[in-house]
Design a protein around this ligand. Structure first.
Ligand SMILES: [Zn+2]
Ligand SMILES: [Zn+2]
Length: 344
């Protein structure tokens, strides 16, 4: 089969590799669409501590079941599926709660196992047993279904934030993740949603999602603008959807009393921030982290996309065949588009 094999920083080669053999309990999926995630971009350009080349990246997968191994129940050839990335041990307390993303022995697809920038992807027995292949609802294309993975991660974060009617929400970072956060905040009833980014191009693309105001934080003082918009009070909810330590520090300076902050975007390895923790104390703040997601949240994401409550099609700006993976990764990094999809 053809696969894009990541060989190290800025090195990826599309070549013939052995098609995976399907063992007992495993399922082979023919990849129809695999979207490029921020993690793929970071890994390709900067490397990833958990990924040892040669390796096949790509975890936002939608496809068709091509083959099922002996003993597999509940899945059949031809079934249209979206893949859950997180493969837990299945035995620890978190796995038993269905929170495989928090499993201490997490073995994710495209990190531990091979990924979806290839014609086929093999789902391991543990993943099959956890029900990691979800039906794509009728009317949803393979391309749109890939979005359920990043959207599910945003749903996971917003469960902690409990956004409700009347909330003023600030999202920092206007990439696909920032746009999903805007859409979810709107569905939850937020009254005002402000989106900030340092790229004018990104802000222009993000305009069509339910944003009340856009702020170019490269040109304007973001903290000052938020204070101005809220009569000095600050935002009720702030989500940092970017890998910028400054955004995390600023969040503490423009949050309202009893506000909730989510540090959604991870920081580049080793980066730290300095915060005045008394702000959390006196303002009675809640500061959350959020990482990955779990199968029930993928299901919610698929339903939101299928019901067109979230405008998935508007999020997809570029599509490339597998052979053009390098160009696709460059495009995704450039910030000239939102979601970039590979159709192997
Ligand atoms: Zn992703
Ligand atoms: Zn576990």
């Amino acid at each position: 089969m053809r696969a894009a094999v990541y060989l190290g920083k800025e090195s990826i080669e599309v070549k013939d590799v052995d098609k995976p053999k399907v063992g007992d309990g495993e399922v082979l999926v023919k990849v129809e669409s695999c979207a490029i995630c921020g993690t793929d971009i970071r890994t390709y350009f900067h490397g990833h501590h958990a990924i040892k080349p040669p390796h096949i990246l790509g975890h936002e997968v939608a496809g068709t079941i091509a083959e099922t191994g002996a003993g597999v129940e509940g899945y059949k050839t031809g079934q249209k599926v979206h893949m859950v990335t997180e493969v837990g041990c299945g035995r620890c307390g978190f796995c038993r709660q269905g929170r495989h993303n928090l499993c201490p022995d997490l073995r994710a697809m495209a990190y531990y196992y091979q990924g979806g920038f290839a014609e086929y992807i093999l789902i391991p027995k543990e993943g099959v047993m956890q029900g990691n292949l979800l039906d794509i609802p009728a009317g949803l294309s393979y391309d749109e279904a890939t979005l359920a993975e990043p959207l599910s991660c945003c749903i996971n974060a917003q469960e902690y934030l409990g956004i409700t009617f009347g909330d003023m929400v600030l999202v920092i970072g206007a990439g696909p993740i920032g746009c999903f956060h805007v859409e979810l905040a709107r569905l939850s009833g937020a009254t005002k949603i402000v989106l900030a980014d340092i790229s004018e191009e990104r802000l222009a693309l993000a305009k069509k999602f339910g944003v009340t105001a856009l702020v170019n934080s490269a040109k304007e003082d973001l903290v000052g603008r938020i204070k101005e918009m809220t009569a000095g009070c600050g935002a009720n909810v702030i989500i940092t959807a970017c890998p910028d330590p400054k955004a995390q520090e600023q969040a503490l300076q423009m949050i309202a009393p009893r506000g909730r902050i989510c540090f959604f975007g991870g920081l580049p390895g080793g980066k730290t921030i300095t915060i005045e923790s008394n702000i959390i104390h006196y303002k009675e703040l809640s500061v959350f982290g959020a990482f990955a997601s779990s199968a029930p949240q993928y299901r919610q994401a698929l339903e939101l996309l299928a019901g067109r409550s979230i405008k998935g099609a508007d999020m997809i700006t570029h599509k490339f065949p597998l052979e053009k993976i390098r160009e696709a990764l460059e495009t995704a990094r450039s910030g000239k588009g939102l979601k970039v999809i590979i159709n192997p």
